[in-house]
Design a protein around this ligand. Structure first.
Ligand code: V47
Length: 368
């Protein structure tokens, strides 16, 4: 790859030492992360993040042909930001029959390579519902990659079915699970987490499930929910805890910043995130998470327009076609629920990037 020109000196002098570290390939620390989140020099920050992004991925921008299945919204946890979850006696509560899931998967275009499955913490389903789900999906589409169940769900299964985390992960893997999504991480900082979340895995438990998954050879993603009541320090702490675990296991594939969708969130009267915040969330992550291969610009949460700009602020991935996303849309997201591959390719090309269709673990499927 051609040597990249060094990014220009940032206008904000507080970023000068960060620039020096980035150019020297040195690791950034907590205070650097705080300075990056606090700067108003978005272009200075973006240039640094883009430099790292281009050093790693050149002009490639990845996407996957995928679909989402949310098998149940019944959930025993209470998360103030979540509009998807329902208690089991609410009229809007639902749980999909396995046959309906299999019919849904069987009807997918053969081009769909990944099914992303997450649901609420349902207290009454047998564990066989989940292992049978994996087996049944592979029976109808042996080639499809199953990315399923957040670390929060895995931890819940461990408690509910009285099996060790390793047993839960091992049995699901044997049944067909290929990888795990990064949801449920929210914000790790204890005080902030406890204010908005009740009844689900805490930070140490989330991280420990991921550690065990990586040790069993199950790759996973990681997320952070931002734009609610968390502080800048909480955000930096969150990213550094992810980086620390990645140093230990190397099992994280992609980091996805999740912008809080406030419109229908039950207990939080907060405004939506701004464009500045969304681009910073991508850029700071690219700079702090020096051991994460990929950073995603998730169009569902930040709109296709801004996700496209994110490809010049540190992100190398724009997720996928998605189809039938419920978590952000139940929270009032006005973004589309589906994007065609042609729309994704156009976004990427207009951004001056090279569209590369990938599978879940970034094997190249097709150069568009
Ligand atoms: O776990 C819930 C979050 C997550 C809201 O790993 C909300 O490839 C914003 O994790 N506003 C689910 N976020 C989404 C997720 C994800 C998405 C795309 C790709 C991957 C991946 C993972 O959404 C939940 C929770 O953290 N969430 N409510 C809300 N109102």
């Amino acid at each position: 790859m051609a040597t990249l020109a060094s990014p220009a000196r940032p206008r904000d002098t507080a970023l000068e030492s960060v620039r020096e570290k980035v150019l020297a390939g040195h690791r950034l620390g907590f205070e650097d992360g705080v300075a990056l989140y606090r700067t108003h020099d978005l272009l200075g920050l973006g240039q640094l993040a883009n430099h790292v992004r281009e050093e790693r991925h050149g002009d490639a921008a990845y996407f996957v042909w995928n679909t989402h299945i949310n098998h149940t919204n019944v959930c025993v946890a209470t998360c103030d930001f979540c509009a998807f979850a329902a208690k089991k006696d609410e009229p809007r509560a639902y749980t999909m029959a396995l046959d309906d899931i299999f019919k849904n998967v069987a009807s997918l275009s053969p081009s769909v390579r990944e099914v992303h499955i997450v649901g609420g913490l349902h207290p009454d389903l047998p564990f066989a519902y989940f292992t049978d789900m994996m087996k049944g999906i592979k029976a109808v589409r042996p080639d499809i990659h199953i990315k399923a169940f957040t670390a929060v769900e895995m931890f819940f299964f461990h408690k509910l079915y009285r099996k060790s985390v390793e047993e839960i992960l091992g049995e699901l893997k044997d049944a067909g699970l290929d990888s795990m999504p990064g949801g449920g991480a929210e914000i790790f900082a204890k005080e902030t987490r406890n204010k908005i979340i009740k009844g689900k895995a805490d930070a140490a438990q989330w991280l420990d499930v991921m550690r065990k998954a990586h040790k069993l050879g199950i790759p996973t993603n990681a997320t952070m929910l931002y734009g609610h009541i968390e502080s800048v320090e909480d955000r930096v702490d969150h990213l550094l805890r992810l980086r620390e675990l990645q140093d230990e296991t190397g099992g994280f594939v992609t980091y996805i910043p999740l912008a809080f969708q406030p419109w229908e969130a039950p207990a939080m009267k907060l405004p939506e995130t701004t464009g500045f915040e969304d681009l910073k969330a991508i850029a700071v992550a690219r700079l702090l998470l020096d051991n994460f291969p990929h950073v995603k610009s998730y169009w569902i949460m930040i709109t296709p327009r801004l996700a496209q700009v994110g490809l010049s602020f540190g992100a190398d991935d724009i997720d996928g076609t998605v189809t039938e996303e419920k978590i952000a849309h139940d929270a009032g997201a006005a973004t589309p629920q589906v994007m065609t591959v042609h729309e994704l390719v156009r976004l990427v090309r207009e951004a001056g990037r090279r569209p590369v269709e990938r599978d879940t673990v970034f094997n190249v499927v097709k150069e568009w």
